[in-house]
Design a binder for this molecule. Sequence first.
Ligand SMILES: Cc1cc2nc3c(=O)[nH]c(=O)nc-3n(C[C@H](O)[C@H](O)[C@H](O)COP(=O)(O)O)c2cc1C
Length: 392
Amino acid sequence: MASTREWFESVAEAQRRARKRLPKSVYLALVAGSEQGVTLEDNVQAFREIGFRPHIADLPRHREQATSVLGQEIAFPVVISPTGVQAVSPEGEVAVARAAAAAGTAMSLSSFASRSVEDVVAANPVTFFQTYWVGGRDRILQRAERARAAGAKALIVTLDWTFATRRDWGSPPIPERLDVRALLRFAPEGLVRPRYLLEWARHRALPDLTTPNMAAPGEDAPTFFGAYGEWMQTPLPTWDDIAWLREQWGGPFAVKGIMHPDDARRAVDAGATAVSVSNHGGNNLDGTPASIRALPAVVDAVGEQVEVLLDGGVRRGSDVVKALALGARAVLIGRAYLWGMAANGEAGVANVLQILRSGIDETLLGLGRASVHDLRPEDLIVPPDFTRSPQK
Ligand SMILES: Cc1cc2nc3c(=O)[nH]c(=O)nc-3n(C[C@H](O)[C@H](O)[C@H](O)COP(=O)(O)O)c2cc1C
């Protein structure tokens, strides 16, 4: 269906609309990517290098997409990836959670989000809570227990962040809080994006730069930089810490940020139920290959023991099918839904999920596969040096 004012037909179009509607700093915060953006670009580029081997007759009349992730049934193999401090639209993570629930899929909520885990679980009962290793064992467990009490169905621990965030195109400034000084500073950017301002005005709100899910019981929500400061002072986690957290949590548990099969094995030894092959959307060490290049080696290493998920660079249904054919159980999306929300709020997130779902269906049809569970590497044409495995 061709794009209209209320509907965009591709994630690329959602991104174009996001660029037009968001103040420059907010848009740049979402583009993100560290240093030269080599990994950021490769995440998308690598999907282009994979081809398909279609069939043309005896095609399946109906195609099945339902699957399960971390113990939860989902209608199609795409899950919302956690993203912190969105400032994209007033309802933020609650709108994303609602759109995901309506589409029949799961929400992952960042511990650096600006909406509380209680509000988000109320909007989508299938919510996974994501944490970084911030504040040491007791503090992390307190936050996880709060998420569990709110009804979160799984814990995701993200380990791939080494603070190498310098960007060649410049990192946008994030104010500590939106006081009069900060408002004056950002006013020129806002004035040329009146629709963005109007939306916040309609909700009588300002972008929220606090992180309510980082507060211990009885504490005020810290600002983004308050939480970041606590992180900087926390000793880096060991695999023993991760095994301890997994034990304390007891339920479905994912380790996000795996690029190396050895780390995948360590995550399995620590008791993980899932790993997400991910390079943080190109926000960690620049020069790391695309996550889809790392997927086959991780599937070989642990695919029989845990659910293998993938995130990074997914922009179309055919990307999802490629990841599944290489052994992923499902994918997570980050920027795709952020662009959708920037373009058209909750309806824009729903729009993106619909694009991906239709794209998966069309690709299954073209490949002659009746179900996402039938996809195989033989459905793809993968160039010989695609995985860029280390020289032996
Ligand atoms: C603006 C932004 C904020 C993010 N914040 C988090 C976060 O708080 N926790 C986390 O685990 N990953 C975070 N990520 C990484 C995403 O969960 C995901 O790994 C990545 O966006 C996938 O790549 P894609 O954007 O190409 O889909 C963030 C990514 C972006 C772009």
